[in-house]
Design a protein around this ligand. Structure first.
Ligand code: BGC
Length: 431
């Protein structure tokens, strides 16, 4: 494979709650501690990245990578409504400075799924106030850290709440659950217990439910998220016009199972909901963060099972690294700004599988660049094995494995492989 151009940002991504540890003021932490919980296990000290970030960034740099995407945790910065913590700002200043000192471009995300617990008490991601609260936090970050930054992602996977709602609709349909007649009672009872305990933990009315970022989103909630993005972008630009700001979206490679008109209409609708309807709000952005993990095959009845014989990853997604190129090409038809691949990766115990996934995905990226599509970077998900939300620590997405009994890091061959994708044409690294 030929090398990537020296200006290309090649790196890996993490998210604060998944790696830092002890994110005690966040909504996820609160949910993990509940007696009735959807989480396989709590995050506890995760990968202790909060204390070990230097070691992790050095491993990334030594492998030849030049960019690191990570998130700033709102719950640390503003643990109580209106109280901002200087000590935590200093922590993230240190992380960003350490990246810069080592020639690594920091790409920060200001919201990656987890929110301060107080925000959920205030109505969370279905409340209009959240637009203002989020913009206030982002303005503060721009004031305190903007001088050290270039790339900022406001919200990770702004479309995730709608996807959660769609998954739930599909699940209900598939299981043929009929709440009236009490089919699947144990599961319904568990969900009821979770709802009631969450309401207590967050101090909200049980009948209204809690609205975390990963809750099923209503169309009004979806609009609020995109307004929060716009308000945050404008607030940060007012303080730091030099910042390049965008959001990230989770995007599937939708493929038709047949040539029927119903199928193509289904695909059109999926793409509209997942991507197209956000376009008017992101045209002023400097880039789009594109995230893809697999394809989805759609028939007249919607999403179909992976084809017979398909290889499934630990997440039960189809192994399909070609999806990235397809999605980049589709996005580029509509979005004319820069594209950063902010996540793409595979959960697999077998690292050889990861290497071939990366190889195919990057071939696709290069082919897009050769065709003039402005893809400016590729961040593999994830730098290290980490806390995969409800699934706990069992999913192995990382380029580095972490022994959580002593937090020892062991780089996998895939880390070196990714770093080697530079320079094969003799082009030197960016720095
Ligand atoms: C999220 C990550 C997550 C990854 C793998 C993405 O949707 O941004 O936080 O770990 O997928 O499931």
């Amino acid at each position: 494979m030929n090398g990537l151009n020296q200006t290309f940002l090649l790196g890996a991504a993490t998210a604060a709650h998944q790696v830092e540890g002890n994110n005690i003021y966040s909504d996820f932490w609160a949910q993990e501690q509940m007696e009735n919980s959807n989480f396989a296990e709590p995050s506890r000290d995760a990968c202790d990245h909060y204390n070990r970030y230097e070691e992790d960034i050095l491993l990334l740099k030594e492998a030849g990578l030049n960019a690191y995407r990570f998130s700033i945790e709102w719950a640390r910065i503003e643990p109580e409504k209106g109280r901002f913590d200087d000590k935590e700002i200093q922590h993230y200043r240190d992380v960003i400075k350490f990246c810069r000192k080592n020639g690594v471009e920091p790409i920060v995300t200001l919201h990656h799924f987890s929110s301060p617990k107080w925000l959920i008490t205030e109505g969370g991601w279905e409340s209009e106030n959240t637009v203002r609260y989020f913009a206030g936090y982002c303005r503060y970050i721009a004031e305190k850290l903007g001088d050290l930054l270039t790339y900022v992602c406001t919200i990770n996977e702004a479309n995730m709440g709608l996807q959660m709602a769609a998954i739930s609709r599909r699940f209900m349909k598939q299981m043929g659950i009929n709440i009236q007649v009490g089919v699947n009672l144990p599961m319904q009872e568990k969900q009821k217990a979770i709802r009631e305990e969450s309401a207590k933990v967050f101090g909200v009315d049980a009948s209204k439910g809690i609205h975390t970022f990963l809750s099923q989103r209503t169309p009004q909630g979806d609009l609020l998220i995109i307004l929060a993005h716009e308000a945050a972008r404008d607030a940060m630009k007012a303080v730091c016009p030099h910042l390049k700001i965008g959001l990230t979206l989770s995007l599937h490679d939708y493929q038709p199972a047949d040539e029927s008109a119903e199928t193509s209409e289904k695909i059109r609708k999926e793409w509209e909901e997942e991507f197209l309807h956000y376009l008017p709000y992101i045209v002023k952005d400097d880039f789009i963060g594109l995230q893809n993990y697999t394809r989805e095959i759609i028939g007249p009845d919607g999403v179909q099972k992976a084809p017979e014989g398909a290889v499934l990853t630990q997440m039960n997604y189809e192994y399909y690294p070609q999806g990235l190129e397809h999605v980049i090409r589709k996005v580029a038809e509509e979005f004319k700004g820069d594209i950063l691949v902010t996540e793409n990766g595979i959960a697999a115990e077998d690292d050889a599988c990861r290497i071939s996934f990366i190889e195919t995905a990057l071939k696709g990226v290069k082919s897009c660049i050769e065709d003039g599509i402005p893809v400016k970077g590729y961040m593999y998900w994830s730098l290290m094995d980490n806390f995969e939300w409800q699934k706990g620590f069992t999913m192995k997405f990382g380029l580095i494995s972490v022994d959580r009994s002593n937090q020892k890091r062991t780089p996998k061959a895939s880390l070196q492989f990714l770093g080697e994708q530079y320079g094969r044409t003799g082009i030197e690294g960016r720095n």
